[in-house]
Design a protein around this ligand. Structure first.
Ligand SMILES: *Cc1c(COP(=O)(O)O)cnc(C)c1O
Length: 372
């Protein structure tokens, strides 16, 4: 089976982790935390990096550090990973949805403004599947309405918008280091920001909100979102390879594009002129004239030893939110279509040319077998 995604741990991961174990620095203090935070923030062009236990907790921490809470609203795309909506709900605020736009599958900028109310505090653009959002108009809207931007760049390490790094443009940018992301720490996340006050609050909140003056005195509700030095050791080694991983992902996507461009009935991923797509996942949309449904194609590929995944299920159809009375009667046609027709092919940085060729052959064979 060609897996959808596997991490590559071929750098100094083992050396750095061994160093943690040998020196007893296995918890959340230690030099790898400091070096990884500094290094990753610099990579994004940001002043501060605050590591967390996951991308989800990075999003929650960012919102909490910005003071978002009960009675507030945060605008997110409906086609995203549930962590976006969850993190908003953890703060007591309400997620408000917009549809995707059909080309890049990112949040449709044209729909944001009509969702703004006096309670709106932030917009959370998600750089979906590695393609950056069109940030200039989003930043204009945010400026005009005095809203924060919390970028969810969990799928977009190294992606750029007009030369600017994904995650480095909003008040805060959040990343995940789950094993299938562009770089990994096993589990883990980070938020980056240029705002010293926000960074300060985040550092305090992630560490149980201990008061600076008197330990074990708490003036705020804190969390334990501390990454371990061992995770940061893996992260630092991964960071040393990040440029190579991004290049590998882009090269894989180019080969996929070349081999699949003649196949009718599938839409390939875009890269807008202003964007550098890191192709976290190589996504295709199986159109109705392909000859078989997305689900049938996935079953067919599985039989041929090719692992795939569907696109996300939009937030407005999730029972968890329906049960809370959220998003009742809301419809987002573009996201609904994408969720029905989208899938991703094997996308790990370490895929070989041979593997990509056999994935593409499997797609074409599937089409031939049913499509006549
Ligand atoms: C992976 C991901 C997250 C969550 O990251 P975890 O580390 O798994 O908590 C959040 N948002 C998006 C868009 C993601 O892809």
């Amino acid at each position: 089976m060609i897996p959808v995604c596997e991490p590559l741990l071929t750098g100094k991961e083992l050396e750095y982790v061994t160093d943690c174990l040998k020196t007893n620095w296995i918890s959340s203090a230690g030099k790898y935390i400091a070096e990884f935070e500094k290094g990753f923030a610099a990579y994004c062009g940001s002043k501060h990096g605050i590591t967390t236990t996951s991308g989800t907790t990075a999003l929650h921490l960012a919102l909490a550090a910005l003071g978002i809470g009960k009675g507030d609203e945060v605008i997110i795309p409906t086609l995203t990973m549930a962590a976006c909506a969850f993190s908003v709900i953890y703060t007591g605020a309400k997620p408000v949805l917009v549809d995707s736009e059909p080309e890049t599958w990112n949040m449709d900028v044209a729909q944001i403004e009509r969702k703004i109310t006096p309670r709106t505090k932030a917009i959370m653009p998600v750089h979906i599947y590695g393609h950056p959002c069109d940030m200039d108009p989003i930043m204009d809207i945010a400026r005009k309405h005095h809203l924060y931007i919390v970028e969810d760049a969990a799928e977009a390490h190294g992606a750029t918008y007009k030369g600017k790094m994904a995650g480095g443009m909003g008040e805060v940018g959040c990343f995940s280091f789950y094993a299938n992301k562009i770089i990994t720490t096993g589990e883990g996340g980070i938020m980056v920001t240029n705002d010293e006050k926000v960074a300060d609050r985040a550092r305090r909140f992630k560490d149980q909100a201990f008061s600076r003056e008197r330990r074990f005195l708490h003036t705020d509700i804190g969390f334990n979102y501390r990454m371990t030095n061992i995770q940061a050791a893996i992260g630092l080694a991964q960071l040393e390879s990040i440029d190579r991983f991004v290049e590998m992902r882009r090269r894989n996507a180019q080969l996929y594009n070349k081999l699949l461009k003649g196949v009718s009935g599938i839409t390939l991923p875009k890269e807008k002129k202003w964007a550098k797509n890191v192709y976290w996942m190589y996504c295709i949309v199986v159109e109705d004239d392909f000859g078989m449904s997305r689900d049938d194609l996935m079953a067919c590929l599985r039989q041929k030893g090719v692992d795939t995944r569907t696109f996300f299920i939009p937030m407005h159809v999730q029972p968890a939110f329906k049960n809370m009375g959220l998003f009742e009667g809301e419809h987002y046609p573009v996201s609904e279509q994408l969720a029905r027709k989208g899938l991703y092919l094997p996308s790990g940085s370490g895929l070989t040319e041979e593997q990509i060729k056999s994935v593409c052959e499997a797609v074409m064979e599937a089409k031939k077998s049913k499509g006549k």
